[in-house]
Ligand binder design. Structure first.
Ligand SMILES: Cc1ncc(COP(=O)(O)O)c(C=O)c1O
Length: 426
């Protein structure tokens, strides 16, 4: 904390540009924590919030409902094959807590006493609350709370750049799946939780093609609920609207957040299949319902802007545009990898992770005395971009509707930033 001193204050923003209180402009290269879709101050989204704010700003969803919340739920279910109902919350970590509670309580509702454990993938990230820290356990982030976290069954994940000795990617993928199959056969796992498409917070680890589909198949085969976290990857980040459809899955539960409102209001949703939903139906005395509710659950301002946002995806054919714009990243692969501290480039859709190393052969991460994040942030600012690294990985996660010329500018500026940071990080 001492490193930071004074923080840069952002006073306004338009499109992909953030303007600080001194009038400096920066490209928002992390989409304001991976959630901004259309850029800042988008007229249609602002109007959706303004119009809704004249009608009702907030009302409880305990015993009541409201129109935008209903419209949004219907849209989410239509967009998500195999899903039946949506449960709202106001951030991704809570959406994952809800997913875990749904999966564990489902087993109780159907009176399966054996299935009490949660399985997850190593390097996964699902949020910062205790349940989500337990399933997305990263020692560097959460080691200080280890004693308080519940235990989970953790499976390895194929990571092309960091393959254990003696394995190639496909051997290792089979090894991971074999481990799962063997462990699943004990019939004590309630659900397997994984990020859909990629482990973003682990530094953009993109699963090998087919891996996620095979995991889903194993879950079905062994009666393990398949819970997907699409909080960072749903709604276009990896180039498809719903990532699990591209992966060939039908999960039991899926969580969305981040881009759901276009990055304008805080909101998340956990969707469940009919099988899961139906298990929660019962007479009052059976106590089968889900005891979970937040003050701002289904907030009308958030649901109204989320509904508008999802309509705009269709209206402007955003997914097609993303698929086209994302090709720009390839034009810069060579120029990025020419920089001698770049160890690996990982990219899919509108996500890129650039791993910085001090020894390419040994893949040794750069580890300057000050945090890499601080150094890259400062250099980025000088080059007119807002960057936030994850450890030694520079993350490019721009607003999804960024134009081709803006993306080129962002990539050029990222290269300049890494070059100017080089003497400070090694
Ligand atoms: C995959 C994933 N799940 C859950 C979360 C937690 O979301 P939130 O920060 O809204 O609590 C994040 C946040 O980065 C995430 O990337």
């Amino acid at each position: 904390m001492r490193e930071w001193g004074e923080f840069t204050s952002i006073s306004n923003a338009k499109g992909v540009w953030l303007t600080d209180s001194k009038g400096h402009k920066m490209i928002d290269a992390v989409a304001s924590m991976w959630c901004n879709v259309w850029g800042h101050s988008n007229k249609e989204l602002v109007q959706a919030i303004t119009e809704q704010s004249r009608k009702i700003q907030h009302t409880s969803m305990f015993n009541l409902t409201n129109k935008p919340a209903e419209e949004l739920a219907k849209t989410l279910v239509e967009l998500s094959p195999g899903m039946h109902r949506a449960f709202y919350s106001d951030n991704g970590s809570s959406a994952m807590e809800i997913a875990l509670k749904m999966a564990l309580q489902y087993q109780k509702n159907i009176r399966d006493k054996k299935r009490t454990k949660i399985a997850a993938l190593k390097n996964g990230y699902h949020g910062d609350t205790f349940g989500s820290m337990s399933v997305g356990y990263t020692p560097e982030f959460f080691g200080r709370f280890k004693e308080q976290l519940f235990s989970t069954v953790q499976f390895p994940v194929p990571h092309r750049y960091k393959m254990p000795k003696g394995y190639d990617t496909s051997d290792y993928e089979n090894h991971c799946l074999d481990k799962m199959e063997t462990r699943f056969a004990r019939d004590d796992i309630a659900a397997l939780v994984m990020e859909s498409g990629a482990q973003v917070a682990a530094g953009a680890i993109i699963y090998p093609k087919g891996f996620q589909r095979k995991v889903g198949k194993l879950c079905k085969k062994f009666g393990v609920l398949f819970v997907l976290d699409e909080i960072a990857t749903g709604f276009g980040r990896l180039g498809s609207m719903i990532q699990y459809t591209e992966q060939g899955n039908r999960p039991d539960v899926v969580a969305y957040g981040k881009m759901l409102t276009g990055g304008y209001m805080t909101m998340a949703a956990t969707l469940a299949s009919k099988k899961i939903y139906d298990s929660f139906l019962g007479d009052f005395k059976e106590h089968k319902h889900l005891f979970h509710g937040h003050t701002y659950t289904g907030n009308p301002l958030a649901t109204a802007v989320a509904y508008k946002n999802l309509q705009m995806y269709k209206k402007y054919n955003l997914i097609k545009k993303i698929q086209k714009t994302a090709k720009i990243f390839y034009e810069f692969y060579d120029k990025i990898s020419e920089i001698d501290i770049v160890g690996d480039i990982r990219h899919k859709g509108m996500l890129m992770g650039i791993e910085l190393v001090c020894n390419r052969e040994k893949k040794t991460p750069i580890a300057p005395a000050r945090s890499v994040n601080r150094i890259i942030f400062e250099e980025g600012r000088k080059n007119g971009i807002y960057l936030r690294t994850l450890g030694n990985i520079v993350m490019l996660v721009p607003p999804l509707a960024i134009s081709e010329s803006e993306l080129r500018m962002l990539l050029e500026r990222t290269i300049a930033t890494i070059k100017s940071a080089r003497p400070k990080v090694i």
